[in-house]
Ligand binder design. Structure first.
Ligand code: UFG
Length: 346
């Protein structure tokens, strides 16, 4: 069964939030969760990688870049959830300038628009890619930060910028460092074009839309030689964003003004590329041919989270941790999209 919008707990303090990148995968799921909890949501998205029909009904939509946030923000907003960014590791190695311009440049403008409008709470979509090749597994937030690709470096630069903004101007912020987000939430799911992430690619093979999945490298120092990642359900991830905002807005603030909390979000379980492919075969019942391919630039061998801090400080309890269940939700979403495409709907 696809994880679907369910009776969310109503927010104790309904707020008004700007969601940058709310037409994208994670942003749209978080926007849907905010609306279900009774908050008001404005989505700012330039639709460069997002889709207008992914913006949840009930959100106000403004088409524009993060750099345009000043046009939208005013003192009536309680906070910002910032997702708009380029997010492909491989592309960032090929075209680093795109990542610095958009991810860092956009965030500079957003922070100054927030300061000018007097909006003092931020949840930032950060990434495990800020750590690079970890010395220890699972990765804690105090691990060395040594990104192996410009994507991770650009997100780390924004994290540093946010810390400075908190210290200098009293912003309250939570950076959530995602490991590998996967799965779907009702009609909200992963729709990159072209697709670059492992699970949707393997599902395209199962659907007969691709001949095979390229396995990027089988000589990594991991049990089966393929890269190991920590896959986290997008709905569990979304819940952490609402908890982070609550931690900044409640009366006895756990994340008060002037504080920047950084939390990893993952399940603490690693699965190799081959294990993901095998899980897709089992869930879908379709054959999935593999093709050996060279390593992809910038890929660390293993990324597995310790999310103890999010559990302890945000009260986060991920509940969809089974890989087969995550793949099942992504599969239900992929099939529903295929049916819509066949029916001629976008
Ligand atoms: N992979 C393949 N074949 C493919 C696609 C991916 O073998 O066709 C491999 C990759 O090399 C990697 C693994 O599958 O080892 C996962 O790759 P994804 O592209 O799905 O995800 P990444 O691990 O590269 O990156 C994702 C997010 C980042 C985040 C990172 C943190 O896109 O934003 O997880 O774990 F930083």
């Amino acid at each position: 069964m696809t994880a679907s919008p369910r009776g969310a707990t109503p927010a104790a303090h309904p707020g008004k939030y700007l969601v940058t990148g709310g037409a994208g995968y994670v942003g749209s799921v978080v926007a849907a969760h905010l609306l279900e909890a009774g908050h008001s949501v404005t989505v700012l998205d330039d639709l460069s990688t997002g889709f207008r029909d992914a913006v949840p009904a009930g959100a106000v939509f403004t088409e524009g870049r993060v750099q345009d946030a000043a046009r939208v923000l005013d003192a009536s907003y309680d906070g910002v959830l910032h997702f708009a960014a380029h997010s492909q590791v491989g592309e960032s190695v090929q075209d680093p300038g795109k990542y610095w311009r958009n991810n860092v440049g956009g965030s500079i403008e957003l922070l100054s628009a927030m300061r000018e409008a007097g909006v003092r709470r931020l949840v930032f979509s950060s990434t495990a890619a800020t750590y690079g090749e970890p010395a220890d597994t699972p990765i804690h937030e105090d691990a060395a930060e040594a990104p192996t690709n410009p994507y991770g470096a650009s997100k780390l630069a924004v994290d540093h910028m946010i810390s400075g903004e908190c210290r200098a101007h009293g912003l309250a912020a939570v950076s959530l460092r995602y490991f590998n987000v996967a799965g779907a939430y009702g009609s909200y799911g992963e729709r990159h074009d072209p697709e670059s992430h492992l699970i949707p690619i393997v599902l395209q093979v199962a659907q007969g839309r691709r001949e095979s999945v390229s396995v990027f490298g089988d000589d990594y120092p991991t049990p089966d030689g393929t890269c190991v990642r920590d896959y986290i359900h997008v709905a569990d991830l979304a819940e952490a964003h609402l908890l982070a905002m609550t931690a900044m807005t409640e009366d006895e603030g756990r994340v008060p003004s002037g504080t920047h909390l950084v939390c990893n979000l993952g399940n603490g379980n690693g699965f190799s590329v081959r294990e993901v492919v095998e899980t897709v075969r089992k869930v879908t019942g379709h054959p999935v041919p593999e093709a050996a391919a060279p390593r992809r630039d910038g890929d660390p061998a293993q990324l597995v989270a310790s999310a103890e801090r999010a559990v302890r400080q945000l009260g986060w309890r991920p509940s969809r941790t089974d890989l087969a269940g995550i793949v099942q939700d992504a599969w239900d979403f992929a099939r529903a999209r295929a049916r819509q495409e066949q029916a001629g709907r976008p």
